[in-house]
Design a protein around this ligand. Structure first.
Ligand SMILES: [Zn+2]
Ligand SMILES: [Zn+2]
Length: 184
C-alpha cells in the first residue's frame, strides 16, 4: 500500500525536474537571443541587411551566398546545428515572422521553395529537412530568417529542443498556413 504514493511522488519529482530543466533552457535561449540582437535597432544597423544587399558589415566578411534572387538570399548558418544548416533571408528588412501579414505569403512560399531546391541540389530530400522560423522572443537576429537543417541525427539535445516544432519554432508549412489566415 505504501509503495504506490511513494512511486507517484517519485514520478512527480522527475516531472518537476524535467519542467524546471526545460524552463531553464528557454530562459537561457531568451537571454542569448537578447544578447546577440541587442545592438540591432533597424535596417541601417542590421548585419543581415548588409549580407543580403552586399554591403560591408561590421561583423567581418559577409558569408558566401548559396542562392540569390531579387527578393532573398540563402547562405550557410555561422553556427550550424547539423552538416547542412542554411538561412534564407529577405533583402527587405522584416523583423520577424510576427510582423508579417498575408501580403508576405508569396515571399515566404518562394523562400521555402528556394530552400527546398537548395537541398535538392545537395542531394538531400527536402522532406527530410527541418525548415522553419523561430518566433519572437526566441529569435537570435531581428531580421526574418528561415532555417533549413539536415540531418536531424547530427543535432545535439539543445538544438533538437531549439528547432522542435513548438510555440518557439514554426515549421514552414505551418507558417504558410498561418499567413493564409492573416489580414492583408
Ligand atoms: Zn535587416
Ligand atoms: Zn532562428
Amino acid at each position: 500500500m505504501a509503495c504506490l504514493p511513494e512511486g507517484m511522488s517519485k514520478r512527480k519529482r522527475l516531472y518537476t525536474a524535467g519542467l524546471a530543466g526545460l524552463g531553464l533552457i528557454i530562459l537561457v535561449s531568451i537571454y542569448k537571443c537578447g544578447f546577440r540582437s541587442a545592438s540591432i535597432s533597424g535596417p541601417e544597423d542590421c548585419f543581415f541587411c548588409d549580407f543580403a544587399n552586399h554591403r560591408p558589415s561590421s561583423r567581418g566578411p559577409n558569408p558566401n551566398l548559396e542562392v540569390e534572387t531579387e527578393e532573398y538570399v540563402i547562405f550557410k548558418d555561422k553556427f550550424p546545428a547539423a552538416r547542412h544548416h542554411y538561412l534564407a533571408i529577405p533583402k527587405e528588412h522584416l523583423e520577424s515572422f510576427s510582423v508579417l501579414n498575408r501580403s508576405h505569403l508569396g515571399l515566404v512560399q518562394r523562400m521555402e521553395l528556394g530552400m527546398k531546391e537548395l537541398f535538392k541540389s545537395k542531394n538531400v530530400d527536402p522532406n527530410e529537412a527541418i525548415i522553419g522560423f523561430h518566433i519572437p522572443p526566441f529569435i537570435s537576429v531581428k531580421h526574418l530568417h528561415l532555417h533549413g537543417i539536415y540531418p536531424a541525427s547530427d543535432m545535439n539535445v539543445l538544438n533538437k529542443i531549439n528547432f522542435f516544432s513548438s510555440f518557439w519554432f514554426k515549421k514552414s508549412e505551418d507558417a504558410i498556413q498561418d499567413l493564409e489566415s492573416r489580414e492583408l
